[in-house]
Design a protein around this ligand. Structure first.
Ligand SMILES: Nc1ncnc2c1ncn2[C@@H]1O[C@H](COP(=O)(O)OP(=O)(O)OP(=O)(O)O)[C@@H](O)[C@H]1O
Ligand SMILES: [Mg+2]
Length: 331
């Protein structure tokens, strides 16, 4: 794969938060990619490091608030090397970011049209009022919100409409990558699914890349091209959704898939995952999931498994790596 095919690339990234009790190691040695035009899902329980990864990778979180190691490229730009003004031009135009509290992305005392104009005025050298108005209407049509709502304040929209307005704002400068951190948490299940379906449709039609974060692995497996599963700050397994859905290899991804009802198919009993995530202040030396893992062997709590490529996917699990190695012998 050439460098030009990659919209978002994270290489050996580790991120820690300084606290009065020492460092919280929220993300540990993560490597992942989103190719151009691809929708990649990032899943994992609360506290697994998903938001930290994208906040630091886009420099929304910067030192001294965090310590960051590794490399991040977004559409060919080395993010950690950009000056502040370069970063301002890259944001919105090259990539946009819908944060976990998307409602906060809108200014409550400004009409939505004015907010979209502000973004265009700041980033588009050919900005003109009439051109910006046309673009506002175009993106509102795309996200299926009545044009009249452009002249409303955020509180005058329903939750679903507000969320769509945030997506419209993210689209307005036609970025090549949109990062969305739980863009639907505040919505009911039906509205959530509608928004995710809309994101998928737009991504296919307009060709931008999406990194979509959600807890809901079953939803991601339906809509994403690839899925990355994180736990305890590390990647456990990643690969094409169809492969993970058919045959997840990491005990954590299996457990996570088991704990969500599928969107289609017969009803069956769903198991939660017993236990709780590790303390990231003192992460265990081995696999972060070892303590909760029914398949764990001695080495799991002693040594962290490395992320190993297997066919189209990557797995960090001592047990699964032995299993796949055994299965290859007979091939
Ligand atoms: N400002 C902070 N200071 C110290 N620790 C933090 C801070 N923000 C997050 N953490 C810790 O970093 C780890 C990762 O948190 P993060 O918010 O990235 O998880 P997440 O996967 O996005 O979870 P969720 O699904 O709940 O949004 C957690 O252990 C969390 O407690
Ligand atoms: Mg989060």
């Amino acid at each position: 794969m050439s460098k030009d095919d990659v919209a978002f690339s994270v290489e050996n990234v580790s991120i820690s938060y300084p606290t009065s009790r020492g460092w919280v190691q929220a993300v540990r040695d993560v490597t992942m990619q989103v190719r151009r035009g691809q929708l990649v899902g990032l899943a994992g329980e609360s506290g697994s490091g998903k938001s930290t990864l994208v906040l630091a990778a886009t420099r929304v979180l910067q030192p001294p608030a965090v310590k960051v190691e590794g490399h991040v490229q977004i559409v060919g730009r080395d993010i950690f090397k950009l000056t502040k003004s370069e970063l301002r031009t890259v944001r919105w135009k090259t990539f946009s970011f819908v944060t976990q509290s998307a409602m906060n992305a809108l200014n409550p005392v400004m009409r939505i049209r004015a907010q979209m104009h502000d973004a265009m005025r700041a980033h588009d050298p050919d900005y003109s009022r009439s051109k910006a108005d046309r673009r506002c209407e175009e993106v509102f049509r795309i996200v299926e919100v009545p044009i009249a709502k452009l002249d409303s304040y955020p509180h005058q929209l329903s939750g679903g409409q507000r969320q769509r307005a945030v997506i419209a704002l993210a689209l307005v400068l036609q970025p090549q990558l949109i990062i969305m951190d739980e863009p639907t948490t505040a919505l009911d299940v039906v509205a959530q699914r509608e928004i995710i379906a809309l994101i998928r449709k737009l991504q296919r039609e307009l060709g931008f890349a999406v990194l979509l974060i959600t807890h809901d692995l079953s939803l991601l497996l339906e809509v994403a091209d690839d899925v990355v599963v994180m736990y305890g700050g590390r990647i456990m397994e990643s690969g094409p959704s169809s492969e993970l859905l058919r045959d997840a290899r990491h005990p954590y991804s299996r457990a996570l898939i088991q704990s969500f009802p599928p969107l289609h198919g017969p009803m069956k009993r769903h198991e939660g995952i017993p236990g709780s995530p590790p303390d990231m202040q003192n992460p265990p030396p081995g696999c972060p999931f070892a303590e909760r893992c029914a398949s764990a062997i001695d080495v799991c709590s002693e040594k962290a498994p490395t992320l190993v490529s297997w066919r189209e996917r990557q797995i960090a699990c001592h047990v699964a790596q032995t299993d796949v190695a055994d299965s290859e012998v007979g091939v």
